[in-house]
Design a protein around this ligand. Structure first.
Ligand code: UDP
Length: 261
């Protein structure tokens, strides 16, 4: 396994060469980073949970016709994906004011936004991922106007689906970050959802208690990081004591977060 060629290593994931041309293996590590890598820790078991949670969401998005890079999960920490050319943008979709938006615009955290807002950040650690507009994106050739339109429409579709999915398990989807890539096939190029969707890249608040079930627990030294990720996985039905049949769907929870009898 370790002889596979490593294509790229990021903060929380490693990409290896895949078994066939045009495929890669995406490996989820236990590393957690914040403040652009200045804060770093190992959270044992996080990679396994993110692999499962991301698999679940990408599969469901695929089911409603959102093109993604996901092919299949290989093992506890790895999934087989399509090789894509990553568009160097972090696309953030927000439903509720939090984090950098709340700070920048002086909004109260938790305020419902008048509508979902899509923002673009240029993926560049050295520059701290600066926020950019469509003008910058097209002027510097990071994406074409047509590609931005496609990214916007996919981002809003993904958001609508995710808001409903998480509300059904008692979780408020505050905001999240996604990435897209270009998939080249038979002279065709298609924009597909890439990277991951997990508590590392989303803000999830319990709908009743307001408890944070995401990476903010790590960013803000709140403790209980793994437990929060486990709770998201459990409610999605991807982490249960007894193995559940494939496609059994999310686990219903009552408003106090307990499984109904
Ligand atoms: N986010 C991310 N990676 C980043 C920056 C943000 O996954 O490098 C996610 C973050 O988890 C949140 C959303 O994008 O769900 C919006 O983050 P924000 O801009 O508020 O930044 P933060 O407050 O996390 O610095």
């Amino acid at each position: 396994m370790n002889k596979r060629r490593r294509i790229y290593e990021g903060k929380a994931k490693i990409l290896y060469e895949g078994p066939e041309p045009g495929t890669l293996v995406q490996h989820f590590k236990d590393d957690a980073t914040a403040l652009n890598g200045k804060k770093h820790a190992q959270i044992e078991g996080k990679g396994v949970l993110n692999n499962r949670i991301s698999e679940y969401i990408f599969t469901k998005l695929g089911d409603i016709g959102v093109p993604t890079h996901f092919i299949k999960r290989i093992n506890m920490r790895e999934q087989l994906i399509r090789e894509v050319e990553i568009i160097p943008l972090e696309v953030v979709i927000r439903n509720v004011a939090a984090g950098s938006l709340a700070t920048r615009l002086g909004l109260e955290e938790g305020m419902q936004l008048p509508r979902s807002i899509v923002e673009f950040y240029y993926k560049n650690d050295k520059l701290n991922d600066p926020m950019v507009s469509e003008e910058h994106i097209t002027a510097f050739g990071w994406a074409t106007p047509q590609e931005i339109d496609e990214v916007m429409s996919l981002a809003l579709r993904i958001n609508d689906f995710m808001v409903g999915l998480f509300l059904g398990i008692g979780i408020r989807l505050i905001d999240f970050k996604i990435e897209f890539g270009r998939h080249y096939e038979n002279e065709q190029v298609r924009i597909v959802l890439a990277d991951e969707i997990s508590p590392d890249s989303c803000r999830f608040w319990d709908n009743t208690t307001g408890d944070k079930l995401d990476k903010d627990r790590f960013r803000r030294d709140m403790g209980g990081v793994l437990e929060a990720y486990q709770e998201v996985a459990r409610r999605l039905g991807v982490l249960t004591e007894a193995p559940r049949s494939r496609g059994a769907g999310p686990v219903l929870v009552t408003t106090n977060g307990q499984k109904p009898n």
